[in-house]
Write a protein that binds this ligand. Structure first.
Ligand SMILES: Cc1ncc(C[n+]2csc(CCOP(=O)(O)OP(=O)(O)O)c2C)c(N)n1
Ligand SMILES: CC(=O)[C@@H](O)[C@H](O)COP(=O)(O)O
Ligand SMILES: [Mg+2]
Length: 675
């Protein structure tokens, strides 16, 4: 257990009323079909269902989710936890006129099912449904960024627009307890609380977890709201009793209701939210559709900002998820629906290599500490946490705080390793620049999921880090090509105590070892050209080394000699690169990062600065948002493949020296359209 997340058994019992049908196996015996679900073509079809049918629908949706997501992979746990909540939301609010917003959006499968999208057969696959809301899919979808803690900002803006345009549309934002640990959520709350008459409904989907149990003071505060017998329940029960009490009952109820602030704080300390000036409704059983609808209806009518605190259970209704202590099946691959066991065992992956080396480093150096932003296991720090629980900090979904805290840790004399997905570091750029780098702090950022990840869509590709970090003075950036280089470059990184260092690697299986055949400066030579007047210098970045060697082989077939080097540390550009380039006729760079401002740009600048005037062609990811598809499909679509690149380089060389007939038939070279 990480240092600041109280052990699970210390968390208060959750007094959620069990739904009428809440266990999938009970349903199985009844040969559950999706008869009701298939009749829901849009949210308004929900209006005519009876309470019994609504419970049946909830059960059918759970059956559907397990069946569908077990085949494709996806965010099974989060969606099993919001079935009743989503049904109630779409019965009380009328999307798309009313805006139903989801933070992060990984829990929007039920929303999709109820808004006319029930073909999950290609979920997160090319041409199939996105794993997050997508405007191109539906008018019911608004936020598609999949980056946490932004929903309240969106809601604030939409509510203000409604006010300016005098529209009576409702705005309802669903935010998880994990996403609430993000600073942006509190920046928004500060603004939302300031406008007492601007209608806005905030639904806190409190399942006590991000991946792991949610950490921090907020989580503890939410726990106090959960434990005391909810004010609403107390009031409802009290009202019922008093209304049945002759003569004194009604006036007494009015008095009690009038004294609500004191009473409420006594019954269920509202503290934070109420002190912010936000009306608080809850805690509500997030699996009781009737209770949810009652609370949401009151919130809808409130006429100002109001928080509806819902208690839900991540993975509800599916035992394998409920029994998954790590993350309640937050994001699963293909699994056996009955057992929840993975269909394909994943081999050695980049994250695992990092995870094991971190434990070794932790054993060798007591000053090495680790930071995660609510993703201990996904970033590979779980083993380190098990070995050194007092040296791991889970800061919640708070990457900016993580980076600044790392600056403090480094200044305090330890060496922090902040492991985070590449795309999520984007939001901490200023902290890396103005806190870590400006103060010359020895902090190591390990960026997992760097490069094209594919199936989580545009916002999850780690395609910007080697561009934005280029401008950070003093920062050193490494892109290991294989497992050995992850180990070596991580070790080199943590030796730097006066500047930020970055080690970035891809998602998934780590490729074969790519041995060096020589060394030039700090660069590994991966392939000699076989001549002393080589044509092409191919600068291979990170995990694309195997592809670069394939490119060199294809060029060989065209009689074009190629030197392949791996710079290892791509920032700063190795001093030996310019003189080496000067001994070639063309320089080619290949990187799994945006072409704009990436390694190719940095190398081009280094050549210019050195007065080396050799034609350079840089290959990378085009500066656009990429639709979800597999990594291989996305790489093929953007032309980041060996044949595509070889073809373009051949064309370039042929033009430089007219080596091939300049006709369409010349060497069959046809350059694919370039972004
Ligand atoms: C900025 C950012 N950091 C990390 C993530 C990875 N991530 C996706 S969902 C999630 C947990 C969200 O927890 P919560 O908001 O409570 O939603 P739940 O899954 O519990 O429904 C995290 C950390 C992210 N999407 N965005
Ligand atoms: C929603 C979110 O940000 C993560 O849960 C995302 O699904 C990352 O997926 P991987 O961990 O499979 O890369
Ligand atoms: Mg949660």
């Amino acid at each position: 257990m990480t240092q600041n997340a109280p052990p699970d058994d210390h968390r208060p019992e959750r007094n959620i009323r069990l739904g009428k049908i809440d266990k999938l196996d009970q349903l199985k015996g009844k040969e559950a079909r999706v008869a009701l679900l298939t009749r829901i073509r849009g949210p308004r079809d929900l209006d005519r269902l009876s309470p019994e049918q609504l419970d049946q629908l909830a059960a059918e949706i759970r059956t559907f989710l397990v069946d569908a997501v077990s085949k494709t992979g996806g965010h099974l746990g989060p969606n099993l936890g919001v079935v009743e909540l989503t049904i109630a939301l779409h019965r009380v609010f009328h999307s798309p006129k009313d805006k139903v917003l989801w933070d992060t959006g990984h829990q929007s499968y039920v929303h999709k099912l109820l808004t006319g999208r029930q073909d999950f057969s290609r979920l997160k696959m090319k041409g199939g449904l996105s794993g997050y809301p997508a405007r191109a899919e539906s008018e019911h979808d608004i936020i598609e960024n999949s980056h946490a803690s932004t929903v309240l900002g969106w809601a604030d803006g939409l509510a203000k627009a409604n006010e300016v345009l005098k529209k009576d549309d409702h705005v309802v934002a669903v935010i998880g307890d994990g996403a609430l640990t993000g600073g942006m959520a509190w920046e928004a709350l500060n603004n939302i609380a300031d406008a007492k008459d601007r209608p806005l409904v905030i639904v806190v989907n409190d399942n006590e977890r991000s991946y792991a149990p949610t950490i921090g003071g907020l989580a503890n505060h939410l726990a106090t709201l959960r434990t005391t017998d909810g004010y609403e329940r107390f009031l409802a029960r009290g009202k019922d009793i008093l209304e049945r009490t002759p003569v004194v009952g009604k006036p007494l109820y009015e008095t009690l209701h009038g004294a609500k602030k004191g009473l409420k704080d006594f019954i269920a300390p509202q503290g934070m939210f109420e002190d912010l000036g936000l009306k608080y409704v809850g805690p509500i059983d997030g699996h009781d559709i009737e209770a949810l609808e009652s609370a949401l209806t009151r919130a809808k009518r409130f006429g100002g900002p109001v928080i509806v605190h819902c208690l839900t259970e991540k993975g509800r209704g599916y035992q394998p998820a409920l029994q998954d202590e790590a993350d309640r099946f937050h994001a699963v691959g293909k699994i056996h629906p009955d057992t929840g066991l993975p269909i394909a065992s994943s081999g050695a992956d980049w994250t695992g290599v990092f995870a094991d080396e971190m434990v070794k480093l932790g054993e060798e150096r007591e000053d090495i500490v680790a930071i995660t932003a609510a993703m201990l296991q996904p970033v590979g720090l779980d083993k380190f946490a098990k070995a050194f629980p007092e040296r791991v900090y889970d800061v919640g979904i708070a990457e900016q705080h993580g980076a600044v805290s790392a600056a403090g840790l480094a200044t305090g004399g330890v060496h922090p390793v902040f492991a985070v997905y590449a795309t999520f570091l984007n939001r901490a750029f200023d902290q890396v620049l103005m806190d870590v780098a400006l103060h010359k702090c020895g902090v190591t950022f390990v960026l997992d999921r760097a490069g094209i990840t594919g199936t989580d869509g545009a916002s999850h590709n780690g395609m910007w880090d080697m561009s934005i970090l280029q401008v950070v003075p003093g920062l050193r950036l490494a892109a290991p090509r294989d497992a050995d280089q992850v180990r070596a470059q991580l070790r080199e990184a943590v030796e730097v105590d006066d500047a930020p260092t970055v080690v970035r690697f891809s998602k998934g299986a780590v490729g074969p070892a790519v041995p060096a055949v020589g060394r030039i400066g700090g660069m590994d030579v991966l392939r000699e050209p076989g001549t002393d007047r080589p044509d092409v210098l191919l600068v291979s970045v990170g995990a694309l080394a195997p592809m670069c060697l394939e490119i060199a082989g294809l060029l060989d077939q065209q009689g074009i000699s190629t030197t392949v080097v791996d710079p290892r540390w791509v920032k700063p550009v190795d001093e030996a690169l310019a003189p080496l380039a000067d001994r070639h006729r063309v320089v080619v760079t290949v990187e799994d990062n945006s072409r704009v401002g990436g390694v190719g740009s940095a190398v081009a600048q280094a050549l210019r600065d050195a007065g080396v005037d050799v034609p350079l062609r840089d290959f990378g990811i085009p500066p656009r948002f990429l639709d979800h598809a597999s990594r291989a499909e996305v790489l093929a679509e953007i032309g980041l493949t060996a044949p595509d690149i070889a073809r373009q380089v051949t064309g370039l060389v042929s033009r430089i020296d007219g080596r091939f007939a300049d006709s369409a038939g010349g060497a069959g070279i046809v350059e694919p359209a370039r972004d």
